[in-house]
Design a binder for this molecule. Structure first.
Ligand code: CU
Length: 330
């Protein structure tokens, strides 16, 4: 009886482990969250790849320990209940067992520590930069400056439901339709009506911005991060980058994006009423595309800058992303 219970538990735990490990990659998406996602977003930098495998390893250890302890509890309940074991033994010490349950957890922690420190050293040992970008948090939008490329600054505002509707209907029609609505009534109406427009344009709600920033693929980027007002946090999940933006201080992180594409992030420390409305959108492109984008951005020709980035990623959905973003100037 006990044997069969143990076998069942072992089988269940193996399935559970396989499911959890698989779920990390199966439901994750590169550059943005996916519905029903369980694990991290797909890794686009070496640091994020290391974070993901470290997480998966620790996850397996945690599940194994939990299943082991659960198994012990089950064994005690079945084998040593009052009916199965009417006369309990009276011993209180078992030296070998006590040494084992002290030493084994220490060894597990040391084992995790080795990989943990390896990851920390990777994150905090800055390779020589190919590019430096300075991010400044504002209530509630991000500015990114490129000091080595002529010190131009890109201001990114989130594309809102009303921006999409204004683009679709025109200012006048928009006013006629929604002008009389207020507060949550207005928000609900524009939310419902803008929903199909996101699918149509390929924009990502709460993540797309009017002006994206760009970095070259396979370039080491040093990020300098600060804030103009309150504490924000500069975060791109697929890059494994997350660093506080503190007013009056410069914090820093680095990343090397090894895949081209669009990568979204958000401010990740509650900073005020529109905290949820300050996403970051980075397009990772080839070096020559990046150079052309820099030239356009330097001359503050944002329309051209946008079209250069889109031409580099010519999917219909993404083309539409930028076109809709044009209407997002606030
Ligand atoms: Cu925030």
């Amino acid at each position: 009886m006990t044997r069969r219970v143990c076998d069942c538990m072992a089988m269940a735990s193996i399935w559970l482990m396989a499911l959890l490990v698989a779920s990390g990659s199966a439901w994750a998406q590169m550059g943005q969250p996916a519905p029903g996602q369980m694990g991290f977003q797909g890794a686009a930098t070496p640091v994020m790849e290391e974070i993901t495998s470290f997480h998966d390893m620790v996850n397996i250890i945690i599940i194994a320990i939990t299943v082991f302890v659960l198994g012990l509890l089950g064994w005690v309940i079945i084998r040593y209940n009052a009916r199965a074991n009417p006369t309990p033994s009276k011993f209180t010490h078992h030296t070998t067992l006590e040494v084992v349950w002290t030493v084994v957890p220490i060894l597990i922690l040391v084992f995790i520590g080795i990989f943990s420190f390896k990851l920390l050293f990777l994150q905090y040992t800055y390779p020589k930069p190919d590019l430096t970008v300075k991010a400044t948090g504002n209530a509630w939008f991000w500015e990114h400056s490129y000091p080595d490329q002529g010190d131009f600054t890109v201001t990114s505002n989130m594309v809102r439901d009303e921006d999409l509707l204004k683009e679709e209907l025109g200012e006048e029609e928009f006013e006629k339709k929604y002008g009389a609505l207020e507060g949550t009534e207005f928000l609900r109406a524009v939310y419902n009506d803008a929903k199909p427009l996101y699918a149509k344009t390929g924009l990502v709600r709460q993540l797309s911005v009017d002006n994206e920033i760009a970095v070259p693929v396979n370039a080491v980027v040093h990020m300098l991060v600060t804030s103009n007002d309150v504490i924000h946090s500069w975060t791109i999940p697929s890059f494994g980058s997350k660093i506080q933006a503190v007013p009056g201080r410069i914090t820093s992180t680095w990343f090397k994006a090894t895949r081209e594409g669009i990568f979204y992030g958000q401010c990740s420390v509650v900073c005020g009423k529109d905290h949820s409305s300050m996403p970051i959108a980075i397009r990772v492109v080839k070096k020559d595309v990046f150079d052309r984008w820099v030239e356009a951005a330097k001359s503050r020709d944002w329309k051209k800058a946008k079209s250069i980035l889109l031409a580099a990623a010519p999917s219909t959905a993404q083309q539409k992303v930028a076109r809709a973003g044009e209407g997002a100037k606030r």
